[in-house]
Design a protein around this ligand. Structure first.
Ligand code: TXA
Ligand code: MG
Length: 544
């Protein structure tokens, strides 16, 4: 069978042609706001049977009926409860499927033998127009091969269904990105069977009490029957095994960074991506943007299958709002192989230009019970002794080592004339350095850690820090200090100062600024101590 792709903006009559396919019992890929669906006439047993065949879906896994508005409810269901109309009023058109007693007109094949039926009204005008034109409710599971991640773009659906269905309507990429929320209205209290685009909190605001099916957050025991039959299957799974890592985003990122082996892939929030340089990475959006996580999760899971990654670690959002749905998909993709990342010590990043008094400030932090990691020193050590870093450098830049010693001149000649090469070197170094640094922090058992890094932001290390402190000082004072410290003349000290980032960079990026303009070292120490004590107290409170 040749699968036709309809482009609504180019193909006139696309709605009519699509509706005709449904009416004659064919299979049609339909866009919705959640994921693409594999649609057929939901009242036609043979058409419905073809859906199961195309997907390779177990026969007992019921399909959802798609309708263009709530007036169709009565045609598909009996004893429609008031709550259904209240929910429709509030959340339709939109990502909510309601389970209601089935009318006999709906074949058992559609409902997988159940006496109930799931109904939803998708928020995609094209699909609603097609259903209206077809004049029948459209049964549509997600348009993936059974077990694979759901398709959120027409191209994803074609990957799975090309040659198996009559046509697919390309309605753009899906705005929500995870499947609809499923609420069972045949039990009291109503029960959430699958979290999705409408959140549990939103449902409770309309229904009051809502219970949550065990299958949402945990793995089904053998022989246990979930209320939504589909929830028992391994699902959304890439070829490589997945580990879902929960915990605060900085903690899950740190856990992954410390445990990741060469050849393994990562799904992470945007800000942590630099920590995983050298690995196949798919990002979900910023950690505080749950809508982006929902939009990107399936594409991320799907993306690894074109690579040779041997395992995948995924940062898992917490369970509030949309996070419940995204976390559910990730945990299912992981076959509920979930690790909870341990809490990190208080992490304070330090950065700033030379001569601002960083060393003094770090001593203050040590006196307050913290340990300090100097990233420059760590790099110098690692480049002589850390085999994974050394071979990554050799692999990228050829043999730049004389025995154990790095030939800095040779490497310098390669990277300083070529910004792309320098960038590549930095990425390699940052990723290896972060990993080693996290191992050391873990082994130290320290309660607070100061990370001293010139490239605190570029390296991605800032993303692991609770606070980032920029240490600044007036230029004249810095010049005097550099002259005294390094025994160089004013001109050279000035050149060094000029070569560094200016104050504005630190003021724009750091969470806290500490200015060292005191004439007496003692009063600077007092100022630093006050700031660090306050920061540590704040962080402890935030984490509680
Ligand atoms: O967002 C969505 O809901 C997408 C788009 C295409 O609309 N559809 C979708 O369908 O996700 P599907 O078949 O991939 O997932 C439907 C889920 C399955 O877990 C199924 O077991 C459950 O809904 N389900 C369907 N009818 C049910 C019923 N009567 N009782 C309990 N669970 C039901
Ligand atoms: Mg599905």
């Amino acid at each position: 069978m040749k699968t036709v792709v309809f482009h609504p903006d180019r193909d006139q009559n696309c709605i009519e042609q699509a509706a005709a396919i449904l009416r004659r019992g064919g299979l049609l890929g339909i866009p919705t706001e959640t994921v693409y669906g594999l649609g057929a006439n939901g009242l036609n047993e043979e058409a419905v049977a073809a859906i199961f065949t195309a997907k390779g879906r177990p026969q007992d896994n019921p399909l959802i009926l798609h309708v263009p508005d709530e007036t169709w409810l009565d045609g598909c269901c009996r004893d429609v409860p008031m709550a259904a109309y209240e929910l429709a009023e509030r959340f339709w058109t939109g990502p909510l499927t309601m389970i209601i007693p089935r009318r006999e007109t709906v074949p058992l094949r559609t409902t997988g033998g159940l006496d109930t039926v799931g109904v939803r009204c998708p928020d995609h005008p094209l699909t609603r127009a097609i259903i209206r034109a077809a004049g029948v409710p459209v049964a549509a599971p997600s348009g993936n091969t059974s077990g694979r991640p759901s398709p959120t773009a027409a191209a994803h659906m074609l990957e799975d269904m090309d040659g198996k269905i009559d046509a697919i309507v390309d309605g753009g990429s899906c705005a929500v990105g995870v499947e609809s929320t499923i609420i069972d209205l045949t039990v009291t209290p109503a029960r959430l069977l699958r979290p999705g685009g409408v959140t549990l909190e939103q449902l409770r605001s309309v229904l009051g009490e809502v219970s949550v099916d065990r299958a949402v957050t945990g793995k089904m025991e053998d022989g246990e029957r979930p209320r939504a039959p589909g929830m028992k299957y391994r699902h959304y799974a890439p070829i490589a095994p997945v580990t879902a890592v929960t915990g605060r985003p900085a903690c899950s990122a740190a856990y992954i960074c410390a445990n990741l082996e060469p050849g393994e892939g990562v799904i992470c929030f945007d800000e942590y991506a630099p920590l995983f340089a050298g690995h196949t990475v798919h990002t979900l959006g910023a950690s505080d943007d749950p809508c982006a996580h929902a939009r990107h999760i399936f594409e991320a899971l799907r993306g690894f299958d074109a690579t040779s990654v041997t395992a995948i670690y995924a940062q898992c959002p917490d369970e509030h709002g949309l996070g419940l749905a995204v976390g559910n998909r990730l945990k299912k993709a992981a076959g509920f192989h979930v690790v909870h990342a341990p809490e990190l010590p208080v992490m304070i990043g330090f950065t700033g230009p030379t001569g601002a008094g960083k060393t003094t400030a770090l001593h203050v932090l040590e006196r307050l019970g913290g340990i300090v990691v100097d990233c420059d020193a760590l790099y110098a050590q690692m480049v002589e002794s850390d085999e994974p870093l050394r071979s990554a450098i050799s692999e990228a830049f050829g043999d730049v080592f004389d025995g154990t010693r790095l030939n800095r001149e040779k490497l310098g000649r390669i990277v300083f004339s070529d910004t792309a090469a320098l960038e590549r070197l930095n990425r390699i170094v940052y990723a290896h350095l972060s990993r080693e640094l996290l191992h050391r922090i873990g082994a130290s058992g320290a309660k607070a850690v100061g990370i001293d890094a010139i490239n605190l932001f570029e390296s991605g290390l800032a993303s692991l820090c609770d606070r980032t402190v920029g240490l600044l000082a007036p230029v004249q004072m810095r010049i005097e200090r550099i002259m005294a410290r390094d025994g160089i003349d004013r001109e050279h000290a000035r050149m060094r100062v000029d070569a560094q980032k200016d104050e504005a960079f630190y003021r724009a990026h750091c969470t806290d600024i500490l200015v060292n303009d005191a004439a007496m070292q003692r009063s600077f120490e007092e100022k630093a101590e006050k700031l660090f004590s306050r920061i540590m107290q704040e962080i402890e409170e935030e984490r509680r």
